[in-house]
Design a protein around this ligand. Sequence first.
Ligand code: NAD
Length: 478
Amino acid sequence: MILDVHPAPLLERLVPSTSGDTFTVLDPSTGEPIAEVPRVDGAAVGAAVEEASRVLPGWAATAPRRRSEILAAAHELMLDELEPLAWLMSLEMGKTRADARAEVRYAAEFFRWFAEEAVRIGGELRTAPGGANRILTVHRPVGVTLLLTPWNFPAAMAARKLAPALAAGCTALLKPAEDTPLTALYLADLLARAGVPEGVVHVLTTDRPGELVERALADPRVRKLSFTGSTPVGRALLRQTAERIVNTSLELGGNAPFVVLDDADLDAAVEGAMIAKMRNGGQACTAANRFLVHTAVADDFAELLSARMAALVVGPGTDEATQLGPMVNARRRHDLATRVESAVGDGAKVHTGGAPLDRPGFFYPATVLSGVDREGVLSVDETFGPVAPIITIADDDDAVALANASEYGLAGYVYSRDLGRALAVGERLGVGMVGVNRGALSDPAAPFGGTKQSGLGREGGFEGIYEFLETTYLAADW
Ligand code: NAD
């Protein structure tokens, strides 16, 4: 374990000393600086691509069993070091201790899952329909990969990309979000100790992501972009990767409907809503973003949910008692405040919360609104925070129509005591993932991803490794 629960020794060990430019990482619960991190320049990006491409053949040729053992060692190390890693995320991102511990377990599981997948990369043999020849398919690593991750799950989003990339035999340039670079530096250190050879993984920290990414994508040796983040940035990156037709996977924003039908078990629905809405302080792409509740139960649901939300203990993520930490930065908090004001201006009723908290740091309270306009900003756009807008629905068809009236299609939730009815509604939602009487979705064994403007490709599951593999077929007569 590299630290006790104190930042100084950890930061000293993790943050490379540099004579070049740096940027400051803030503690979102105070707004005070925690660390100075290198602002990687174009030359360093070039050097990283050079090394990642030099060691690529050796790593790609490493026996799958050996790659698997290294990933399994990473899984073990992460669990051994759960406390310091979780604490670091609470410090730099503001998530609660419970959320941070859950994220380390979830992130570690990707290394275990892909350790198991590394030795199962197979091919196929088919007979050509004409019968004259056979077709043999084989897979090989796509090459040097560029992995861009958001700040909301700094360990899990990196693990969800690094684990399949390494299992497939690719090398990786990981560019973490500027708000949370420390977790990525920790992960790189951990992977080296697990046995990943030097040069296979590089962490490129910067607060000027546009420049760095443009530089990396211009290099013909970079053959894959895997991005998790917002839809506008994903769209801009897709334009860039179109230049050289770089293999691109995108995990983008969401606007998840949480449908509560008139026969739902309301206690279970509220329990699920607390998970789907409040995990990570509402800063999750799968977070329930719109509560579409049948008119017959909407008042009861609003009352029960508001009581739970109002009771949450707000404080720094590093405090054991905290149940809702700060937003990650001032911009995010301001964005929430503006959206809620707009909804209230459109006639929404505030049940609890509704305005930023007057204290240092970037705190916004758990907020429940009812009577929210179907066409308003809280209905049509992704709101990244602890805000629960309730919109009433008349029946199942109305719920499906409203749920699908969105440019996003990442996740959705349905609550009904009638499983057949819940599954029927769930199947009609135009999203990649549906929680049926369940507020939690993420699982390394499941294919994670969205439809429409929520992204391209799937991470995790049996599908995840193929995002990092190319297919070649060989035709032969025998
Ligand atoms: P963001 O798009 O602002 O940033 C994501 C990453 O892209 C960061 O590393 C950032 O530094 C980088 N980036 C920003 N501008 C860039 C540019 N011009 N060129 C290249 N890279 C750039 O998103 P965020 O605010 O960090 O994360 C929140 C968003 O991520 C939300 O929309 C959320 O829904 C989404 N998200 C999606 C998933 C998923 O799996 N679908 C998971 C988590 C978060």
